[in-house]
Design a binder for this molecule. Structure first.
Ligand SMILES: Nc1ncnc2c1ncn2[C@@H]1O[C@H](COP(=O)(O)OP(=O)(O)OP(=O)(O)O)[C@@H](O)[C@H]1O
Ligand SMILES: [Mg+2]
Length: 249
């Protein structure tokens, strides 16, 4: 077995009296998609927010490529080549695709000015690869569809050489066609060797996209299974009953 890209070991965090994530362990390998499933409030977003640096865990350890990692901020997380696409997709609505792609990491000329021409050219290049139908380079992203916005966010991750991608409900607000496009992008990134944590409520979609799925309930990890080893019903019963039928067998 290769060294995992990410290992979260016995991670916990509480808000007041609520144990949002309680002693959870999970790992992710290169070229693997691991899905997180569970009811609203199960702790899925909170778990990945400790990896993205949005929350600081109370206890537990994070290991990245075999080394103990310290993640206290989103900047720390980025330093480990982790990119996050949040549930509420954070793009600057009034800016175009290129400005969003390079937001906070603008390309500059030798004299230190923001190099709009080069940023647009780079954006054109990467969008041509990821989403060839994407034409709205000059418009503010508020004018883009949900799927197009997703592809800008994914382009940002790919451009900055993410090794680990966190996608929190990337298809929740998308139509059928756009969901298919995001699914295709996920497949492409997986082939390139990225490891992806994917959160979704669509069990069917998760069975299609993920190599393994983990189910959480009330802050606890119910279980992790390879999708070929379980049925959709097995997964649903893990979500609802909080028990792993495989583990009991
Ligand atoms: N910043 C916070 N302050 C207080 N409580 C929080 C905070 N963030 C999360 N929680 C609580 O932690 C628990 C887990 O929430 P979380 O957002 O991780 O759930 P989730 O599994 O992502 O749910 P959903 O499917 O609805 O997105 C919930 O009880 C939530 O209210
Ligand atoms: Mg969530």
């Amino acid at each position: 077995m290769s060294t995992p890209l990410v290992e979260m070991k016995n991670v916990s965090i509480a808000f007041g009296g609520v144990h949002a994530v309680d002693d959870v362990s999970i790992e992710l390998h290169a070229g693997e998609v691991v899905g997180l499933l569970g009811h609203n409030g199960a702790g899925k977003s909170t778990l990945i927010k400790m990896l993205s640096g949005a929350y600081k865990m109370d206890s537990g350890e994070i290991w990245i490529e075999g080394e103990r990692a310290t993640i206290n901020s989103p900047a720390d997380s980025r330093d480990y080549n982790i990119e996050t696409i949040y549930q509420t997709l954070a793009l600057a609505d009034n800016l175009d695709a290129a400005s969003n792609l390079f937001l906070g990491r603008e390309l500059t000329t030798k004299l230190g000015f923001v190099d709009d021409g080069r940023m647009e050219a780079e954006t054109r290049k990467i969008m041509a690869r990821l989403n060839p139908n994407f034409k709205k380079l000059k418009e503010p992203v508020s004018a883009l569809s949900g799927g197009q916005r997703q592809s800008v966010a994914i382009a940002r991750a790919v451009y900055f050489n993410a090794k680990i991608l966190i996608m929190d409900e990337p298809t929740a607000a998308l139509g059928v066609h756009e969901t298919a496009m995001v699914a295709e992008l996920i497949g492409e990134l997986k082939k390139q060797g990225l490891g992806i944590f994917l959160i979704s409520h669509d069990t069917r979609e998760m069975m299609d996209l993920c190599d393994r799925v983990s189910v959480m309930k009330n802050g606890k990890m119910v279980g992790t299974e390879r999708v070929e080893d379980v049925t959709e019903d097995d997964i649903l019963s893990m979500i609802i009953l909080g028990k792993n039928p495989k583990a009991a067998a």
